[in-house]
Design a protein around this ligand. Structure first.
Ligand SMILES: [Mn+2]
Length: 441
């Protein structure tokens, strides 16, 4: 159960979805299946489907929500199909909420065991005038649903939920600010513990520790990229050893009550930027700050990208880059977009278009990056191999913007000051490099 979202708010969300469905409709939302990591019984930790979390707060696997508007003159009702209580399974996997539990705690008007799904949905889909179901999420549920839906045009219920999820409520913003704070703290601690000789994975451990001690988990696979490893945008932390003179790029976030933060920071392993690193870093930061400064209701993604691109282009040209029709394109050094929506999914749902005006309650990332190839001769030599990304999470407010991740330092002076002042980094007795066992020894 959420500490921030009341039972009444969940009920209001379900009422909105039911109101958006036409009379006579039935909408089915299935949880994604549990996934095996390897072997036949070693699974990944289960993370509930975001749409089910949004509509109920219910986090167990093997759940189907059915919104039934087939009953004349009724606003509609929610049927939940869940794993029933079963001591022999619960001894391994923990207590289940059960059929009565979801009626009491999660707002189901009626509840059944998952095994009853086909029996209940057969007649329900038959009398439904329209069916909202997204195929491909759970193949076992597809196998039951698709024969019921033969010759009928399926509509996507998740589009309706996505439109709701795009604008965050005060409760959701409260959780996201918290998730931004925990994520920021993890980056700050990584800076404090960063020492040459440690591996990328050791630094990931620092981020994990902050999450674990604050009730969070990683909101996605943590990126810790030493030096030119940052050229791979979704590089996963590995065995590479952090070296003095290089930068390290960390892209990592916390997930609290399902809500993600998504933060990138880039800093020097030694605690001091080289002249070349600092020059590229300052260009990226200027681009990021220009975009953030422009955020307010009514602004569009295209306008923010233009503001950032202008700074990046001007800054790189000043450093001697040939950004021109015959030389480098900005896209050659920044091959991704400026940002994305953020929420229950790290790349959150909701209509995404360059021209759509922002509204208060939207939450997004602003994350310009510059990634300079080791081998591209169009790049001035002293800058090759430098990779910088700076990413913050921003909510659109009634009259501007609020940065949820401001606790993670990003000004050059602030990073250098934090790293210089760190007692942990100074302490010869304790450092991650001493805890890191080099490969082959
Ligand atoms: Mn991101």
């Amino acid at each position: 159960m959420s500490k921030f979202i009341s039972a009444g708010e969940y009920a209001a969300r379900r009422a909105s979805l039911l109101a958006a469905l036409p009379a006579g409709a039935v909408a089915v939302i299935a949880s994604q299946p549990e996934a095996l990591r390897n072997g036949d019984d070693n699974g990944f930790a289960y993370r509930a489907s975001s749409d089910i979390l949004y509509l109920t707060g219910f986090a167990e696997p093997n759940c189907m929500l059915v919104f039934d508007k087939t009953v004349a003159k009724s606003a509609g009702r929610l049927l939940m199909f869940v794993q029933p209580s079963e001591p022999s399974a619960e001894i391994w996997h923990g207590k289940r909420c059960g059929i009565d539990g979801v009626k009491q705690l999660f707002g189901a008007d009626a509840a059944y065991g998952t095994k009853s799904f086909a029996k209940v949905l057969g007649p329900l889909t038959k009398r439904a005038r329209s069916i909202f179901y997204k195929r491909g999420i759970n193949l076992k549920v597809d196998a039951i649903m698709l024969p019921f839906c033969k010759n009928r045009r399926l509509k996507n219920p998740l589009d309706l939920v996505a439109a709701m999820r795009l604008i965050k409520s005060p409760g959701e913003l409260q959780i996201m600010r918290h998730s931004g704070k925990v994520g920021s703290l993890s980056h700050k601690l990584a800076m404090r513990h960063c020492v040459a000789g440690a591996s990328e994975l050791a630094l990931r451990g620092v981020l994990d520790l902050v999450n674990a001690t604050n009730g969070g988990v990683n909101s996605y696979d943590t990126i810790v990229a030493a030096g030119a490893n940052g050229l791979c945008l979704h590089y996963s932390a590995g065995q590479t050893i952090l070296r003095d003179g290089e930068l390290v790029l960390i892209d990592a976030g916390s997930e609290i009550e399902g809500y993600a933060s998504d933060i990138s920071r880039t800093f020097p392993v030694s605690g001091s930027f080289s002249q070349a690193q600092k020059k590229i870093y300052e260009v990226v930061l200027a681009g990021q700050l220009a975009a953030i400064a422009a955020i307010k209701p009514g602004i569009t993604w295209n306008q923010l990208s233009d503001a950032c691109d202008a700074e990046l282009t001007e800054g790189l040209v000043r450093l001697g880059f040939d950004i021109s029709a015959s030389g480098l394109k900005l896209g050659d050094v920044m091959p991704h977009s400026l940002g994305h929506w953020l929420g229950l999914d790290v790349h959150d749902v909701g209509a995404f278009s360059g021209k759509m005006p922002f509204q208060a309650g939207m939450v997004l990332t602003i994350e310009p990056g510059v990634y300079l190839s080791l081998t591209d001769e169009r790049i001035p030599e002293q800058y090759r191999g430098i990779c910088v990304r700076i990413e913050d999470n921003i909510e659109v407010t009634a009259d501007g913007a609020f940065v949820q991740t401001a606790d993670a330092p990003k000004a050059v002076a602030d990073i250098e000051h934090l790293m210089a002042a760190s007692g942990v980094r100074q302490a010869a007795q304790y450092s991650l490099s001493k805890l890191t066992v080099p490969v082959g020894k």
